[in-house]
Design a protein around this ligand. Structure first.
Ligand SMILES: *[C@@H]1O[C@H](CO)[C@@H](O)[C@H](O)[C@H]1NC(C)=O
Ligand SMILES: *[C@@H]1O[C@H](CO)[C@@H](O)[C@H](O)[C@H]1NC(C)=O
Length: 205
């Protein structure tokens, strides 16, 4: 009666600690080699599915190892280019362009894009549609060309919580099922130093 929960707790702690302690820095060598560091949760006995991408090439389109579920955190450390017009971060479903795969979260930072100045546009696209839905425009623009930023996306029950440089920006309501999200995509005028993807914890038994 007592042993089972205790064993369970110890197991949980043993599984959690490597994830929390995981080295999340990119060394100079990692930056140069554009290292992908994966803790692959799909292979036993590794239960942690953190991903760390060092200095990834843009455009970036990478498959998520983690199942997207509540608690997943994605942190992007980067810098808009000196002449940046815009940059994009998407959480999306895989598929060919022709299929128009779902984009659960389209986060577009626009410095100067057609008639738009200093605005973040967030919206979604549903599989096969040509409509952008659920659009939100954020006028409090936290980015500066050539300056480092940190963007944190946290999956919560109601949506994606978004923070830039530790300041809360918005909670964007889910309209695409989490199970449809398989890829992270980034593009346009940005250099990414580090992309860190980690579930709060994830145990597949
Ligand atoms: C992603 O979608 C493309 C086009 O449908 C397909 O060729 C490719 O195998 C898919 N990749 C994965 C990892 O599912
Ligand atoms: C989710 O993915 C399935 C295919 O796996 C697709 O049929 C469905 O339309 C997608 N739904 C949304 C809202 O993206």
């Amino acid at each position: 009666m007592i042993m089972l929960p205790r064993t369970y707790c110890i197991l949980r702690i043993i599984l959690l600690v490597p994830g929390l302690l995981a080295d999340d820095e990119c060394t100079a060598m990692d930056m140069q080699s554009r290292a992908y560091k994966l803790w692959d949760c799909r292979s036993l006995p590794t239960f942690i599915c953190n991903m760390l991408l060092c200095n990834p090439r843009i455009p970036l389109n990478v498959q998520l190892l983690a199942v997207v579920q509540i608690g997943l955190r994605i942190t992007v450390y980067g810098k808009p280019k000196k002449n940046a017009r815009r940059f994009t971060f998407n959480l999306k479903q895989n598929g060919s362009e022709r299929e128009m795969p779902s984009i659960a979260l389209h986060f577009d930072a626009r410095f100067d894009y057609y008639s738009e100045r200093r605005v973040i546009v967030i919206n979604s696209n549903i599989w096969g549609e040509r409509l952008w839905r659920n659009g939100v425009r954020i006028k409090r623009f936290p980015f500066t060309r050539g300056s480092n930023f940190k963007i944190l996306f946290i999956v919560v029950r109601q949506g994606f919580e978004i923070y830039v440089n530790e300041k809360f920006i918005h909670t964007y309501r889910h309209i695409v099922p989490l199970k449809n999200i398989t890829h992270v995509f980034m593009n346009f005028d940005v250099d990414v130093d580090r992309l860190d993807i980690r579930p709060l914890y994830y145990v597949r038994l």
